[in-house]
Design a protein around this ligand. Structure first.
Ligand code: ZN
Length: 150
C-alpha cells in the first residue's frame, strides 16, 4: 500500500471522462488500497481515481462510518436535495455551497467484480455524488450556488 499524488485543478486529467473497469485483478486491488491510503493521509472523506491520474471509474469514501469502495458506480436515482459547503482535495483552499442529494440509489461493482445495488443517505450520499462527478470530469466548482464561492 502506498500514497499517491493528488493532482490539482488545472491538470487536464481532472476534466476527462474515466473508463469503465472491466478487469478485477490484483492491480485493481492495489489501486483501491492506495486510494484509501491517499484519502486518509489527506484527511479526505472521499477520493476518485482520476484525482491520482488514473482514469478509471473507481471511488472510495469514508464518511466516518468506515471505508467503502465503489467500482463503476451509477446513480440510478437521487432525491432530497440540500445545499452544503464543500471542498475537494484537488481544489485546495476553496470551498463553496453545492446542492446535492441526501439520498442516492446506486449500482456498483465491488473489488471482486460482484454487482450490487444500495441506497445511501445523508453525508454519504453527498460524498458519492461528489466523487461520481469526478468520473465524468466534473468538479464541485462547476456546481456552485450563485454568490457563495469563498
Ligand atoms: Zn473532489
Amino acid at each position: 500500500m502506498a500514497k499517491r499524488t493528488v493532482i490539482i485543478e488545472g491538470d487536464e486529467q481532472l476534466r476527462k471522462k474515466s473508463r469503465t473497469v472491466t478487469v478485477f485483478d490484483d492491480k485493481l486491488a492495489v489501486l483501491l488500497d492506495d486510494m484509501a491510503d491517499t484519502m486518509y493521509a489527506k484527511q479526505g472523506v472521499g477520493l476518485a481515481a482520476p484525482q491520482i491520474s488514473i482514469l478509471k471509474r473507481v471511488i472510495v469514501t469514508d464518511d466516518g462510518s468506515g471505508l467503502k469502495e465503489f467500482i463503476n458506480p451509477v446513480i440510478d436515482s437521487q432525491s432530497d436535495y440540500s445545499v452544503m459547503t464543500e471542498g475537494c482535495l484537488s481544489v485546495p483552499k476553496r470551498w463553496g455551497d453545492v446542492s446535492r442529494p441526501n439520498k442516492v440509489e446506486i449500482e456498483y461493482d465491488d473489488r471482486n467484480g460482484e454487482h450490487h445495488k444500495a441506497t445511501f443517505e445523508g453525508f454519504e450520499a453527498r460524498i458519492i455524488s461528489h466523487e461520481t462527478d469526478h468520473l465524468d470530469g466534473i468538479l464541485f466548482i462547476d456546481k456552485l450556488e450563485p454568490e457563495t464561492e469563498q
